[in-house]
Write a protein that binds this ligand. Structure first.
Ligand code: ZN
Length: 303
């Protein structure tokens, strides 16, 4: 038996999963006000779900950067756990070994287990939702880096900016112009707001564009170009065979046609050998795959 935690927005999903991958227990915890209350709540929930102590370890999926070497956690979108020594504190509280990885790392590993991507040796995974995080898998091994920063794509500056594009884009990390500020759900809502003076969720912007709303279409084209630039930078740097997109911002099928079409403008010779694919296409599938992946984190090697 394994326990998996998924931190997402203001909640923490908890699951106890059998070695065969069956969900024996599931619960969604609203994040409490304090870090100590979080640790206490998780202890109480796991004790109730596993009274006989069959769960041997806990895997954690979150949107952030975690270095197994330094044990430093950078997760500015969830202030409650940001900069905390989450691994050591959970281990002490739950009395089990704890493993931590980002949603993107976990989904890169999950995608690599699919027959169609089994032979891929270089996979880049990008999770686009309210939060943005990325991960890289090379030769079936997660790349976390010397400082745990290998997936820190969302806090690289938007490449090839046009005039004024980086202005008024302050990030939680303390810098400005970070990619995550241009490709998240909030980013598309903001772009539409700037053009229309109406505030709607990103999904509504996509739906309105489908119905012929030219303002929504304009906002999406700006979003697509920014995402294409951010991914072109990845191709120029590491040239992956597969780029896996997940999260609610990756659901519209138009992205998988329009974004590769933009790459020749930013990548010399284009990037015909790089496949851009969607993964974990619904919130429920995303939840399940992140929990299953977190539950098998003990088997994941990272460099
Ligand atoms: Zn940033």
């Amino acid at each position: 038996m394994r326990c998996a935690l998924r931190f997402i927005g203001s909640t923490c999903d908890i699951a106890v999963i059998s070695d065969d991958g069956d969900f024996a227990f599931e619960h969604s915890l609203a994040l409490p006000d304090t870090y100590s209350a979080l640790l206490t709540s998780l202890y109480d929930i796991l004790k109730g779900a596993d009274p006989s102590g069959r769960v041997k370890f806990v895997g954690v999926s979150l949107s952030g950067d975690y270095s197994p070497k330094t044990e430093r956690l950078y997760c500015p979108s969830i202030a409650l756990i940001n900069d905390q020594n989450l691994k050591a504190d959970l281990q002490a509280s739950l009395n089990r070994e704890v493993f931590i990885a980002s949603h993107a790392h976990i989904l890169a590993k999950s995608a690599n287990q699919l027959p169609e991507f089994k032979s891929a040796t270089n996979i880049f995974s990008l999770y686009l939702d309210d939060e943005v995080c990325a991960g890289q898998l090379v030769n079936q091994t997660l790349v976390t880096g010397a400082n745990g920063l290998a997936g820190n794509w969302g806090h690289i500056c938007l490449p090839w900016p046009v005039e004024f594009e980086l202005e008024d884009r302050d990030c939680a990390c303390g810098r400005s112009g970070c990619l995550g500020l241009f490709v998240s759900r909030a980013a598309l809502s903001r772009e539409y707001l700037l053009l229309s003076e109406r505030e709607v969720p990103a999904e509504t912007v996509f739906a309105q564009a489908e119905q012929g709303d030219i303002v929504a279409e304009s906002a999406i084209q700006v979003f697509e170009d920014r995402l294409a630039r951010g991914l072109a930078m990845v191709i120029n740097l590491m040239d992956p065979e597969v780029i896996v997109l997940s999260g609610r911002m990756s659901q519209p099928s138009r992205l998988f046609i329009n974004i590769p079409r933009k790459w020749p403008g930013y990548v010399r010779g284009g990037a015909n050998a790089t496949r851009l694919v969607g993964f974990a296409n619904t919130p429920e599938e995303m939840r399940r795959l992140c929990l299953l992946g977190a539950a098998s984190l003990e088997n994941i090697e990272a460099v």
